[in-house]
Write a protein that binds this ligand. Structure first.
Ligand code: F0G
Length: 496
């Protein structure tokens, strides 16, 4: 991956000026640039185990699209060449994580693996009470089950789909307060994952609303994987404190958020990611976490809280659905993989590579005029489908249409994050209110694909871009009432 203008910490170079010749013939002093400033950033790992993937023909892919009614969630994975549907649970584990699996203590209660898991969460995030769950949405369900009553309001920078569903299925209202800059997908504002502080203040001051907690999603997944600044997080915490409302973090991509803070906030120069992570969580009363993202594991999650009474209630509640509190729906070996993953994910070489690999794709697409959401995020390339396909009205679902074309063209699976996933029905008129944006996300699994896969992705997107005027929209034939994108059936419709 080419480094571009990334701010990198210097890598190994010549020795101090002792008057003696140094190894490697270098006479660089510490203040001079070291290797790496104009070299590619390489994948900071080597590959020990491989999984074959296979190309399909275009007629085969058209056949698969027919079978799955244009819904890429319903495709068999074997029909996909490069799978960028999600970065959730799809990453590769390290050799240390595989080794840790063998240490898995499968005792029903009090397993050593739980102790290591708890210690890792405490060390990385600094939150004392740690409750394992099988994945992120189970932690959300547990927390909201304890805190929410029908009619309550939960503000968030932007709820992700499962978080919204978990709020709404308790009869509560999921309120998004994204900052203003988020709406302009082409602006380079560095922290578009920030909360709109004025809107949050108005919600907290509105005496007619009951707000049992405020949440911040790091990074803001639905809004283009944008980070929130430390300053904004501090301001949200202080508003919450003033109104005595607990503040929780949806921590799925906490390390990427800290990595982007470090790159984008000049005041944080020289601060380590581990410190920034600590500082972020020190502001919160707790967090929900999907370890399938920045836990670098294939399954797992947790709820972590400061309040011992809340922790005790969660432990009592979870036995009914998740399991005993020291395993929470996971095997001991899964707990081990997460414990190790949490330590590996804050490695700065890894995070720099991760950001550089996303930027590599975005810069090349940008240079060809493809509308890519800016600034480039940490876990995915987001295409602005409304700009990509301006001839399609919102109710022709341009994001879904584009995702279908990327699959038809080159077997790439991506995910619509627009009106199919986040559109809502107006309770009064029954009409559909479109989502704030029509995006297509190409989420990059962690440590899984190489630069040549990404070069292929760039070429396929470019081919679709060249014939964009001929792309047709879709209509929804039928869909489940909740989380409809997972099961909806689509049909192509004529170009308007
Ligand atoms: N919060 C955010 C911000 C997420 O991105 C996700 C999952 C969850 C909560 C729920 O976690 O899947 O472990 O239950 N996002 C995946 C994605 C599915 O594709 O972005 P989970």
């Amino acid at each position: 991956m080419h480094q571009g203008n990334n701010q990198q910490s210097p890598r190994a170079g010549g020795g101090p000026d002792t008057g003696l010749p140094s190894w490697g013939g270098s006479s660089l002093s510490d203040s001079e640039p070291r290797d790496g400033s104009d070299l590619p950033i390489i994948e900071p790992f080597r590959i020990k185990s491989v999984e074959p993937i296979h190309q399909t023909t275009r007629p085969e892919r058209i056949g698969f699209l027919e079978q799955c009614h244009g819904n890429l969630f319903l495709l068999p994975a074997s029909a996909v060449l490069v799978d960028l549907l999600t970065d959730s649970g799809t990453g590769a584990m390290s050799s240390e994580q595989w080794a840790a699996l063998m240490r898995g203590d499968e005792s029903y209660a009090g397993a050593k693996s739980y102790q290591r898991f708890e210690a890792a969460v405490r060390e990385v995030m600094g939150i004392p009470h740690v409750i394992p769950t099988h994945q992120g949405r189970a932690a959300e369900s547990l927390l909201f089950g304890l805190l929410l009553q029908p009619g309550d309001v939960v503000p968030n920078n932007t709820h992700f789909d499962t978080t919204r569903a978990n709020v709404e299925c308790r009869g509560a209202i999921a309120l998004d307060h994204p900052c203003e800059a988020l709406a302009d997908t082409m602006s380079d504002a560095p922290f578009k994952g920030d909360m709109d502080l004025e809107a949050l203040q108005a919600t907290l001051e509105d005496k007619s609303l009951r707000v049992p907690l405020v949440m911040m999603t790091l990074t803001n997944n639905a809004g283009g994987g944008q980070p929130a600044s430390l300053e904004n997080l501090r301001a949200v915490q202080s508003l919450c404190k003033k109104h005595s409302v607990p503040f929780y973090i949806d921590a799925c991509r906490f390390a990427e958020n800290a990595g982007l803070q470090r790159l984008r906030d000049p005041d944080l120069a020289g601060r380590s990611v581990a410190e920034l992570v600590h500082e972020t969580f020190a502001l919160a009363d707790g967090c929900t976490m999907s370890a399938k993202k920045d836990g670098l594991a294939n399954i797992g999650g947790f709820l972590a809280v400061r309040d011992p009474d809340l922790a005790e209630s969660a432990r009592r509640a979870m036995v009914v659905t998740e399991g005993f509190p020291t395993y929470g729906g996971l095997a001991g070996r899964d707990l081990e993989a997460v414990a190790r993953g949490l330590q590996e994910v804050i490695d700065e070489d890894y995070l720099d590579y991760r950001v550089a690999s996303i930027r590599y794709v975005c810069e090349r697409l940008d240079a060809r005029g493809v509308p890519v959401v800016r600034p480039y995020g940490g876990h995915a390339v987001f295409l602005d489908a409304a700009r990509f396909l301006p001839h399609l009205p919102r109710d022709h679902y341009p994001g879904q249409a584009l995702a279908i074309e990327l699959y038809a063209e080159g077997g790439i699976r991506s995910c619509e994050i627009g009106s199919v996933m986040l559109g809502q029905l107006d309770p009064d008129t029954g009409e559909e209110i479109p989502a704030a944006q029509e995006l297509v996300r190409l989420a990059v699994p962690r440590r899984t694909y190489t630069q040549s896969h990404m070069d292929y992705v760039i070429e396929i997107i470019s081919k679709v871009w060249e014939r964009r005027e001929h792309i047709r929209g879709v209509s929804i034939q039928n869909a489940p009432a909740v989380l409809r994108h997972f099961g909806a059936h689509f049909e192509p419709r004529p170009i308007p």
